[in-house]
Design a protein around this ligand. Structure first.
Ligand SMILES: Nc1ncnc2c1ncn2[C@@H]1O[C@H](COP(=O)(O)OP(=O)(O)O)[C@@H](O)[C@H]1O
Ligand SMILES: Cc1ncsc1CCOP(=O)(O)O
Ligand SMILES: [Mg+2]
Length: 269
């Protein structure tokens, strides 16, 4: 794995710009997402009412759509916000939480991907596979199906969805269908705290707000995120997920561009 990436500089740009990130997200992760974005140095806002989402999306540096606890009113609001963001040139990042688990999630996720121009779709391997109608065992990935399979899946998904795809897991894969980057940073404790995937998606939103190249934005965001997780894990030692959650928020605030440069593990495949 090679070290360092121009993403370190992007982290500084995010902190300088303090971009507004409009999230239409799920009820489980709302507070954690807002706090994580604040720790990074971005400005979170959650707004869901159809009376205001278009206005808010146009004000924002990025719009994040997350279907974790979807319902009909929220889906309508997501489409309205997504259209407004597209019109205003605001990047839209999508987290297809649990797609494939129910028909409603699958249909909604595909409808959003068809109707809204998405800058990045971020999910775990199972979710990205389900976005394009391919079966995928979540446990199979954990049990060590090679990342080669994940790279191939990411490329197929990017081609089919016509967007940048970021598949997170032990390694994170980011591709526009041509260029592929693999980020090696991260820590298993991230899987013991709910919302770390959703927050990763919103952090990608903050980076996309200051960098129009969505591959660069997603790689930089996930490298920074993984480096912060490693720092937090070192801090908490043998203590558990509760301590890790707090330490991770602290690490998101304290991780510097220099830390990312020194300990980021990004490889182009
Ligand atoms: N086994 C692992 N080792 C290290 N980092 C991981 C591992 N699994 C997931 N991550 C990290 O956890 C974060 C959330 O990813 P993931 O668990 O795939 O999302 P989700 O919660 O949506 O399934 C990402 O930053 C990812 O890199
Ligand atoms: C547990 C749960 N149920 C619906 S949304 C949600 C949060 C999922 O968060 P993440 O995918 O980041 O772990
Ligand atoms: Mg998730």
């Amino acid at each position: 794995m090679s070290h360092g990436y121009e993403g370190a500089e992007l982290l500084e740009r995010v902190r300088k710009a303090n971009p507004l990130v409009h999230n239409i997200t799920n009820v489980v992760v709302t507070n954690f997402t807002a706090n994580g974005l604040l720790a990074l140095g971005a400005s979170p806002v959650m707004a869901y009412a159809k009376e205001e989402v278009a206005e808010m999306a146009k004000l924002a540096g990025a719009l994040v759509l997350n279907i974790g606890t979807l319902n009909a009113a929220e889906v309508e609001a997501m489409l309205m916000a997504g259209r407004a963001a597209n019109e205003a040139g605001v990047p839209v990042i999508f987290d297809p939480v649990g797609v494939g688990a129910t028909n409603y999630r699958t249909e909604t996720a595909r409808c959003i991907a068809e109707q809204i121009k998405l800058a990045v779709v971020r999910g775990n391997a199972a979710e990205i596979a389900n976005m394009i109608g391919e079966p995928w065992m979540i446990k199979g990935v954990d049990a060590g199906q090679g990342s080669g399979d994940v790279v191939a899946l990411a490329k197929r998904a990017a081609a089919e969805l016509g967007t940048v795809v970021a598949i997170t897991g032990k390694e994170d894969v980011v591709t526009d269908g041509q260029t592929v980057y693999v980020v090696g940073n991260g820590h298993p404790l991230l899987t013991k705290v709910t919302g770390t995937g959703c927050l990763a998606t919103s952090v990608i939103g903050a980076f996309a707000a200051v960098e129009r190249d969505a591959v660069k934005a997603a790689v930089a965001a996930l490298t920074y995120y993984g480096v912060a997780a490693e720092r937090a894990a070192a801090e908490v030692g043998e203590r558990g997920p509760g301590s890790f959650q707090a330490a991770f928020l602290d690490a998101l605030a304290h991780t510097t561009a220099d830390d990312v440069k020194r300990t980021g593990r990004v490889e182009q495949r």
